[in-house]
Design a protein around this ligand. Sequence first.
Ligand SMILES: C[S@@+](CC[C@H](N)C(=O)[O-])C[C@H]1O[C@@H](n2cnc3c(N)ncnc32)[C@H](O)[C@@H]1O
Length: 205
Amino acid sequence: MDQQAITAAYRRYAPVYDFLFGPVFEPGRRRLVEALNCRPGDEILEVGVGTGLSLPYYPSHAHVTGIDLSPHMLARANIQVRRHGLRNVALMAMDVQRLSFPDASFDKVSALYVASVVPDPAEMMQELERVCRPGGEVVIVNHFTRNNGVVARIERGLAPLARSLGFRPLFPLDAFIGLTRLELTEAMPVNAFGYWTLLRFRNPS
Ligand SMILES: C[S@@+](CC[C@H](N)C(=O)[O-])C[C@H]1O[C@@H](n2cnc3c(N)ncnc32)[C@H](O)[C@@H]1O
């Protein structure tokens, strides 16, 4: 995966994204926002916010900053913000691997279905750790590779198409957790058949 492939893939997805990936990913979006347990005044960062489908779920007492690499996805997110009258949301074009925010800027950080998309998940995790305040939380929802069965065979078959699909079908959980110094405090299956996983981390430093 590289930036050019990602922006090209999500330029193609943007007009149909909500139709293709709206309802199927919706339970995970709701569970992630519930897991954040937003308190009044919390500063939240959502990376890879896409078309902004999660944004209406955040309570209005929390301030949410959404960033994304794709201008086409962000244009849709802006429509979502206007449609729902979300005054607590700010959207910015930015690469999650090079966030322009100072250290410890956010109480909580979220990433929905983006970890297996970014070119370098290790850099993404370093940045999430850097901008999350000590004692804050990072919550992630993503699919992770199955080791056997029909789904595992499908994932292996799709792996060579990662650039045009816009995500990596092969994305092992253990390797991903090993990328970060954040403490894993919870892992739970979400969405249909529990194929996706919600991971909750605490920033110890
Ligand atoms: C599968 S979509 C998920 C969108 C949204 N989070 C959702 O719940 O549907 C992945 C998103 O990550 C964004 N993305 C990929 N690489 C990125 C990067 N390096 N920095 C910021 N956003 C990125 C893509 O542009 C796309 O909008």
